[in-house]
Design a protein around this ligand. Structure first.
Ligand code: IDP
Ligand code: MG
Length: 210
């Protein structure tokens, strides 16, 4: 092995970690094994794992509930779909204000994530954050490509969800960027819950095979 392989920058790429969580609908539908299988087959390693009944405080810490931009973004996602379908959001939701809609979606999310067990995982490997996010697919199930977890296993729409006053049920959560991953890992796991071990494919998938 080249000495450069031990360079901290290379090791950081090699051991990148992301936070993945089966949401209550995914757990109840028995999709945890399917999702873990896809992650493992891609060569990524689950280094921490547990099923919990999330508390309200954990959910409020997990999502950036105080970040107005994030809240507005939640409102905008739904509004875009109303516009596309030429539906008047005001008629169905009583408002077309992105902040108001976003706040109500965020509160729905707090209820959704407590509606059953979640399965929490730390997933490690080269480019793990982006790799898992690509596997997970678009937030809105009807926009998620076939082949992605959300595309293959969910079909929800923000219009239907917002009119019903609930969050979109899209099977799984995954971090988008490194800061988010670090924050989420710190919410759900203590350091002593992370286990280092070697997976069977590690030498083949992460090293020279000739
Ligand atoms: P992400 O889960 O793909 O990262 P975020 O924008 O972070 O998407 O939203 C968090 C979660 O909030 C989504 O996974 C989904 O469950 C829910 N959500 C997002 N947008 C809407 C919406 O317009 N209506 C209802 N629920 C939504
Ligand atoms: Mg997100």
């Amino acid at each position: 092995m080249s000495d450069k392989m031990n360079h901290p920058a290379i090791q950081a790429i090699r051991h990148e970690q992301t936070y993945v969580m089966m949401k209550p609908d995914g757990v109840k539908r028995g999709l945890t094994g399917e999702v873990m299988s896809r992650i493992s087959k891609a060569g990524l390693k689950v280094v921490a794992l547990k099923m919990v009944k999330a508390t309200e405080d954990q959910i409020r810490a997990h999502y950036p509930m105080q970040d107005q931009e994030w809240v507005d973004g939640l409102g905008e996602k739904g509004l875009g779909t109303f516009e596309k379908l030429q539906l008047d959001a005001k008629e169905f939701l009583g408002t077309d204000n992105k902040s108001e809609i976003g706040r109500s979606v965020a509160e729905g999310l707090v209820d959704y994530m407590q509606s059953g067990p979640v399965v929490c995982m730390i997933v490690e490997g080269i480019g793990a954050i982006e790799a898992v996010r690509k596997m997970v697919g678009h937030t809105l199930p009807f926009k998620a490509e076939p082949g992605t977890i959300r595309g293959d296993f969910s079909v929800d729409s923000p219009v239907v969800a917002n009119v019903e006053g609930r969050a979109i049920q899209n099977v799984v959560h995954a971090s988008v960027v490194a800061d988010e991953a670090a924050h989420e890992i710190s919410i759900w796991f203590n350091e002593d819950e992370v286990i280092n071990y070697k997976i069977a494919g590690e030498d083949i998938m992460y090293g020279k095979i000739y």
